[in-house]
Design a protein around this ligand. Structure first.
Ligand SMILES: *[C@@H]1O[C@H](CO)[C@@H](O)[C@H](O)[C@H]1NC(C)=O
Ligand SMILES: *[C@@H]1O[C@H](CO)[C@@H](O)[C@H](O)[C@H]1NC(C)=O
Ligand SMILES: [Cu+2]
Length: 185
């Protein structure tokens, strides 16, 4: 009984991770830049990041880079000791742990000009399929914020949006059938 529940739970977690892996291009079509006045904080607020998702930084490597930094370095735009640095201009970073991830461009002045990104990977426990509302279509406007956004960022739905509810339903059905089979026997 217990073993079956554990197996079902493991199966559920694995399936959810597979079905939820999404790729988010930072800044959408503008990419990672200072010239388009992208509000990266606003951009991140329109997304729900999960473990296994990927963020893609696209930029001209002659002018920019990507540094992953600590919170205090992020706050002060201090680029002296980055956790890691990316310089290809097409950097895919897979999110492997929950919590905040801080990035900025290490070129002098760019972080201060707003080329900085704080994204929060939500904890798996707070995103069970049963409590998640269905992901809405791209026709809805991004959530309003108390601050005045510098520039609108076009919202886009993650590519897995359509497949998620059916996959989740299948997993829940499997889980329920396993549990009830045990109660009946
Ligand atoms: C940046 O951080 C380093 C330690 O990581 C520190 O030694 C240095 O003083 C900081 N620079 C500024 C301008 O705060
Ligand atoms: C950037 O990398 C992604 C895969 O990580 C690839 O699909 C895309 O074509 C690349 N773009 C450029 C401009 O190289
Ligand atoms: Cu830059």
């Amino acid at each position: 009984m217990a073993a079956k529940i554990v197996a079902a739970l493991v199966c559920m977690v694995v399936m959810l991770r597979l079905s939820e892996a999404a790729v988010y291009k930072v800044g959408e079509s503008a990419g990672w830049t200072t010239i388009a006045n992208v509000d990266y904080k606003l951009w991140a607020s329109t997304k729900t990041f999960h473990i296994g998702d990927t963020v893609l930084f696209e930029y001209n490597p002659q002018f920019h880079n990507v540094m992953r930094v600590t919170h205090s370095m992020y706050r002060s735009c201090n680029s002296s000791k980055p956790i890691s640095t990316f310089t290809t201009g097409n950097d895919s970073i897979t999110l492997t742990n929950h919590g905040h991830h801080f990035f900025f461009c290490g070129v002098p002045g760019h972080c201060l000009a707003g080329q900085k990104l704080d994204l929060n990977v939500i904890h798996p426990a707070s995103s069970t399929p049963l409590s998640d509302p269905p992901i809405s279509s791209s026709s809805t406007s991004p959530p309003s914020t108390p601050t005045i956004p510098a520039a609108g960022v076009p919202g886009s739905s993650p590519s897995h949006a359509a497949s998620l509810p059916s996959a989740a339903a299948a997993v829940v059905a499997l889980f329920v059938s396993l549990v009830f089979a045990d109660f009946a026997s």
